[in-house]
Design a protein around this ligand. Structure first.
Ligand SMILES: Cc1ncc(COP(=O)(O)O)c(C=O)c1O
Length: 384
């Protein structure tokens, strides 16, 4: 009975062309980049810190001291000095009073949104239409009423604000660099509108931390609005090349989360070894202007070449460069062709992106070289 149910469900997914499968391990290691086997254009290892020996060494030393696991929740006996050190440094990096670390970026978004929001009549969440699944899942879990504005469209946001005047608590959520389009939220206008309508602003900097701004502080630093954002989210799993997520905000909000966020309270604390890795990453990230410059140069080069070839790269302004084909079949065909030629870029299909928005999502890291971009473009031009 259970087996039949599963078979039917899997068949339905397969028939719609959306079956997800894990590839064999040959695709995964970053180490294969430039080793002649596979050029990996799929990872979020933006500053090429995965596999960094100094990070590994720092982490190893902490494992020797504490072991690997924190063994219990932060509120039980899992609160180590290294958690507090990491949080203090992250808060300082993001120019906020305090920070809180979670086991993943996904869990951070779930834990923050669902702690703050509820189905109370007087509160609502306002979302950019293209926000990441973790933001949507947090919003849905909260039970709050949800309003949507058009992607990055501040006129649309203002219209929503006018419709929601009666709500006392409004949480407005955007990503800074969007994970599937690589475009920027207009953060200056965003925070100004939030202030005007007395709403709480939340910005997810998962794909911009480490990559943009002074010392890699994020896109908010470029827009000069870091201190105007109420809640800043980051992940330790992308440019940081460690694991986990974090929220930076006022001391009061962090104290509130320690009391109310179930995703923080009812889970084992992040491993001290991971905290050590993240602390070392942070030090490296701050001193990585050379990596950022190269990353931006390679991203610009690829974007220009793809535009010249006539591909639709959406409105990307970052290291995330989509080629929007719209057709699932074409996307899969391009991805398979590239794989045969030694280039790994997975096909991105709904529901990760909206219907008719299938794409390949290229992500550049500071490890990519001019020749990698050339090789990619030479293989892509057959599809134009
Ligand atoms: C915008 C955004 N927020 C949060 C996350 C989740 O972060 P993590 O991978 O650390 O769980 C992602 C992951 O892709 C993301 O793109």
């Amino acid at each position: 009975m259970f087996e039949d149910f599963l078979e039917k469900k899997l068949l339905e997914i397969e028939n719609s062309g959306l079956l997800r499968t894990l590839r064999k391990a040959q695709d995964t290691p970053e180490s294969k980049i430039n080793n002649g086997n596979l050029i990996n254009f799929s990872s979020n290892n933006y500053l090429d810190l995965a596999g960094n020996k100094d990070i590994a060494k720092t982490s190893e030393n902490i494992i020797e001291k504490y072991g690997f696991t924190a063994t219990s929740s932060r509120l039980v006996s899992g609160n180590f000095a290294i958690h507090e050190e990491l949080e203090a440094q992250l808060a300082n990096f993001k120019e906020k009073e305090a920070a809180l670390v979670f086991p993943s970026g996904y869990q951070t978004n779930m834990g923050v949104i669902s702690a703050l929001m509820s189905n109370e009549k007087e509160s609502c969440i306002i979302m950019d239409k293209l926000n990441h699944a973790s933001l949507w899942d947090g919003a849905k879990l909260s039970g709050s009423r949800i309003f949507i504005y058009k992607h990055c469209d501040m006129n649309s946001l203002e219209k929503v604000f006018k419709r929601t005047r009666g709500y006392k608590l409004k949480l407005v959520i955007t990503e800074s660099v969007f994970s599937m389009d690589g475009d920027f939220a207009p953060l200056k206008d965003f925070v100004e509108l939030c202030k005007k309508y007395e709403a709480v602003s939340m910005v997810d900097e998962a794909h911009s931390t480490g990559v943009f701004g002074k010392e890699g502080k994020g896109l908010a630093d470029i827009f000069g609005v870091e201190d105007k954002i109420d809640i800043t989210i980051g992940t330790l799993s992308k440019a940081f090349a460690a694991q986990g997520g974090f929220v930076c905000s006022s001391r009061k909000f962090i104290d509130f989360l320690i009391n109310k966020s179930r995703a923080f309270i009812y889970t084992t604390a992040v491993s001290p070894a991971i905290c050590a890795a993240a602390l070392k990453s942070l030090e490296i990230i701050k001193n990585s202007d050379h990596r950022r410059q190269h990353l931006h140069a390679m991203s610009k080069l690829l974007k220009n070449k793809l535009t010249e070839l006539g591909f639709d790269t959406s409105n990307t302004q970052s290291q995330i460069i989509p080629i929007v084909t719209r057709s699932i079949e074409n996307t899969k065909r391009i991805s398979s062709h590239l794989f045969e030629k030694g280039i790994y870029i997975p096909a991105i299909k709904p529901p990760t992106v909206p219907k008719n928005q299938a794409r390949i999502r290229i992500s550049i890291t500071s490890r990519h070289a001019f020749q990698d971009i050339e090789q990619l473009c030479n293989n892509l031009k057959y599809f134009k």
